[in-house]
Structure formats: C-alpha cells, structure tokens
Design a protein around this ligand. Structure first.
Ligand code: FES
Length: 138
C-alpha cells in the first residue's frame, strides 16, 4: 500500500451554512468543513488541546473557537492563535468547489496497482464519492 493524493467530493455547498462548520467522515479522515462566506476551508476535526470537535466551534473571522476550552484555531494555517506556549497545529486540507460540490484533497491509501483502497474515492465528476456529514441539519 502507498498513499496518494486524491480530490474527494464531500457535499453540496448549501449543506455548509454560512459561518458554520460541519463534521465529515470521509476516506478514513474526520474533517471539519467551514463556510467562510463562500470560501470553504477544511481541517481535521480534532482540537490539538484535548481533541474537541472543531466543527462545533464558533467561527470568528477566519478562525474557529474550540467549543471545549476556547482555543482559537486559524482555519487557513491550522495554527493555534491564542496560546503562545502551544506550537501544535491542526492538519489542514485543500478544498475546491466544482459544479456546486465541495471537494477536499486527501491522502489516501492505494493498493499495489494504484487503485484506491477505500470505498469513498473517485474523480470529482463521480457520483459515488460523496462523504457523509455527521452534524445535524445536513
Ligand atoms: S479541547 Fe479544544 S481547547 Fe481544549
């Protein structure tokens, strides 16, 4: 098995409300996907402090405030902005929108022949690659 980067369709843009986050399980990753006024950003859905669910945090500008202990995470860089003593970062993922669908670039395990090993993979045009959002209202 090796790892390769693939664009994976996640959900329609209208499923992520303005200035909110939603958690998404896809390709073995749990992501937090945010809508910053039409700009979609994705980070791993796990706060570097104690694993709080960042998708449930309050969005402030280009940051999310963790719902557990209020650490602020920069959604573009993944860095913690209000704890100078903490250099931990949250993993970030590139996103793009095509035909109203948000796609995220993921590192995914592949078999020896280069075929994706997970079931939730495919091209941006495929219909079978939509991940499952797990927060309410989606
Ligand atoms: S778990 Fe996020 S600030 Fe503590």
């Amino acid at each position: 098995m090796s790892e390769t980067k693939r664009w994976v369709q996640v959900t329609a843009v209208e499923n992520i409300p303005l200035r909110e986050g939603r958690s998404v399980q896809i390709g073995g990753h749990e992501l937090a996907l945010f809508n910053l006024a039409g700009r979609f950003l994705a980070v791993e859905n796990r706060c570097p402090h104690r694993g709080g669910p960042l998708a449930d945090g309050i969005v402030s500008g280009a940051m999310v405030v963790c719902p557990l202990h209020a650490w602020k995470i920069d959604l573009a860089t993944g860095s913690v902005t209000n704890r100078q003593e903490n250099q931990n970062c949250v993993k970030t993922f590139r996103t793009r929108v095509e035909r109203g669908v948000i796609a995220v670039e993921l590192g995914l395990a592949c078999s020896e022949d280069g075929e994706p090993a997970a079931e939730c993979l495919g091209s941006i045009a495929g219909e079978s690659c939509i991940g499952q959002t797990t927060s309410s209202e989606v």
